[in-house]
Design a protein around this ligand. Sequence first.
Ligand code: FE
Ligand code: FE
Ligand code: MG
Length: 170
Amino acid sequence: MGKKGVEILNLDVKKLIDMLNAALSEEWLAYYQYWIGARIMEGPMRSEIEPELLLHATQELNHAVLVADRIIQLGGTPVLSPMEWPKLARCKYEAPEDSYIEVILEQNLRGERCAIQRYKEIADFTNGIDHNTHAMATTILGEELEHENDIEDFITDIDRMKEELKKVRL
Ligand code: FE
Ligand code: FE
Ligand code: MG
């Protein structure tokens, strides 16, 4: 970013760039979590859930674009190596070793809740100070809230189905 652009920011820019690089690492890990999980998962409602998880994957990648571009504007360097992602990320990658659809959804749900916390913190840190990062963080946060809600709905529907099946057996 231009000198003036950074100069007007009355906050710890280094700390903000660190938060953004953690978020960037988390987005890439979330992308792969969704991308691989959607492909290998097995279980009820697969054909409905798979395209939604792949859409979420694409949205996580778009978040990575926004965050990386903002880091560059702030004069920082976006994380340069995938080897750094797990070190910088607070939201951990969970390899989908069990391919059952509910397990995959629970992993994605934990990721979304972690992402919500991340963008809330970035929004709080920049609120009323760095308007552009704040606007970006709230935009992304809005999508993470949608993601969490979508996954909760899928889990609710699968639970309902299991309950109904139990009744049939009685
Ligand atoms: Fe995201
Ligand atoms: Fe998300
Ligand atoms: Mg969705």
